[in-house]
Ligand binder design. Structure first.
Ligand SMILES: [Zn+2]
Length: 509
């Protein structure tokens, strides 16, 4: 078996199905996947699968199977892929991409029987295009690569202190001012003085959404609020709290800004609602991410409007004001059939029950687990295991692989799944993106998809040897020789050196 993520059940046999002048038939309901498979075989082998009613390769509907489930039955004479939905068939094809072999001038499939379905319904990857901007082409390339790993959600972090990356028709200063910063901080603390800018037009975003849909991925937009909003505040400083110096600009440095949106000003609610309407017009996703992380309350404590709001709404304190703020937008989104996701910083007793929490913050897991064990729906993104922008010295491949999102969880049904973020403070180009993500994303895929009792790191390592040539053909600059976990001391030294020089690991390649 060479497939990653490892399928739920399989039986390997000795024979081979050799592809030559092969015939193909599929159920109409699976037409999109069938077209994808035909295209793959043509590109890879030059073979044009011939359509025929009684064919060697069959894609069939099976109503007994689950939403994302598939079965594969390959013998010396035929290949049958069964699924109930087009997405089930699509995941079967991702397995077929990995199973295809070539020897002595011939392409063939090994004789095998597979039954497979995912462990978690939510298998996400987050891409931050705010800290460093990446355009449509790069996002589409990543969509191809993560859907190949059987992920089904792409979370786009579109806004942050250092840049606003989506077009607004109603608030054009967001692309004119908020999408551009004067420079970028370097590891030695100096600013490089090179302007960094960019944003995606609505039309481009719609193309990304459609491209993702065809690959069975839902794109979740994130508008991070009320913190991480310096870029918007640089264009609309009237949304700052009363008494705050409004001479601010789009940040060149990373970290946390004290300048957050005023939650006592009605204009804040009006503008964000307008923006969310524009966001919903572009993104049909069920989920909209509203951020909610790292929002220092200094300004709120000293703001007459925020304090008035606290009194008027009978709120306990500034943390309760953030829950009120978040609930306001959850209620707004729910009118359009959407559900809000928030980072776990915003978890509060007043927070609306239907808000999904994305857990990331070290030292807060107990609180999240407690919430999940009552009734809160949670997506797990533990910082020390799933943050892909950190060095392999700090987060080795084996550590990510052995991550258990269900630790301490009693109500498994409340864990929707897992998500691995790539923040891009120190990720400025494609080579670095690939180095950070691959092969770690393969480990994440196995945590998300494979039944936990089947996980085995040694088996995973062996199977990576089949994945690497595929990465190479796809032009992926994956990190080499990261399979063996370094010793503790080496991890400390290399992690420290990463903090001093972003590319210490990367440049050794
Ligand atoms: Zn205020």
């Amino acid at each position: 078996m060479k497939v990653i993520p490892l399928p739920l059940y399989y039986e390997e046999k000795e024979g081979q199905l050799i592809l030559t002048d092969t015939t193909f038939h599929f159920s109409e309901e699976l037409a999109e996947s069938a077209a994808f498979f035909q295209q793959f075989i043509l590109m890879k082998t030059g073979i044009n699968l011939r359509s025929e009613k009684y064919a060697q390769i069959n894609f069939v509907l099976d109503f007994n199977l689950g939403e994302e489930e598939y079965q594969l039955d390959i013998s010396e004479h035929s290949l049958m892929l069964a699924a109930r939905t087009d997405s089930g068939a699509y995941y079967g094809i991702q397995t077929l991409i990995q199973l295809l072999e070539y020897k002595d001038g011939k392409y063939y499939y090994p004789e095998i029987y597979i039954e497979d379905r995912p462990k978690f319904a939510y298998r996400g990857f987050m891409f931050d295009i705010a800290r460093h901007f990446f355009g449509k082409g790069e996002i589409m390339r990543l969509i191809d690569l993560i859907s190949f790993h059987k992920f089904n959600y792409l979370h786009l972090h579109l806004t942050d202190d250092q840049g606003w990356r989506l077009e607004s028709e109603k608030y054009p200063r967001l692309q004119e001012i908020s999408s551009r910063r004067r420079g970028t901080i370097l590891k030695d603390g100096t600013i490089d003085g090179i302007a960094h800018y960019g944003y995606l037009k609505k039309q481009e975003l719609k193309e990304i959404v459609e491209y993702a849909r065809l690959r069975h991925l839902e794109v979740i937009p994130e508008i991070d609020m009320p913190g991480h909003m310096t870029s918007l505040l640089a264009a609309y400083p009237e949304l700052l709290c009363s008494g705050v110096n409004d001479n601010i600009e789009v940040r060149s440095a990373w970290g946390i800004s004290k300048d957050i949106l005023c939650a006592g000003n009605e204009l804040t609610y009006k503008i964000l609602e307008d923006l969310l309407l524009e966001v919903m017009e572009v993104f049909p996703s069920r989920y909209i991410h509203l951020g909610g992380d790292e929002a220092p309350k200094d300004n709120w404590r000293n703001c007459s409007l925020c304090q008035e709001k606290i009194k008027k709404e009978n709120l306990e304190n500034e943390e309760a004001l953030q829950a009120y703020f978040f609930n306001h937008f959850q209620n707004f989104l729910s009118k359009y059939g959407r559900v809000a996701i928030g980072w776990n910083d915003g978890l509060h007793p007043d927070l609306n029950e239907s808000v999904i929490i994305q857990h990331w913050k070290p030292g807060t897991r107990k609180k999240t687990v407690k919430a999940a064990n009552s009734s809160r729906k949670v997506i797990m993104s533990d910082f020390l295991y799933l943050y892909l922008d950190y060095p392999y010295a700090m987060t080795p491949l084996a550590k990510t692989y052995n991550y258990n999102p269900l630790k301490g969880i009693e109500k498994e049904e409340n864990i929707l799944g897992i998500e691995a973020p790539l923040w891009t403070e120190w990720v400025a180009n494609r080579a670095k993106i690939d180095f950070q993500i691959f092969p770690r994303i393969a480990a994440v895929a196995e945590v998300a998809w494979t039944a936990p009792e089947l996980k085995d790191y040694d088996s995973f390592r062996k199977r990576l040897n089949y994945l690497y040539p595929i990465y190479q053909k796809m032009g992926v600059n994956f990190a080499r020789n990261k399979e063996i976990k370094p010793g503790f001391l080496k991890r400390i030294i290399n992690t420290r050196s990463w903090w001093k020089n972003e590319d210490s690991e990367f440049l050794k390649e």
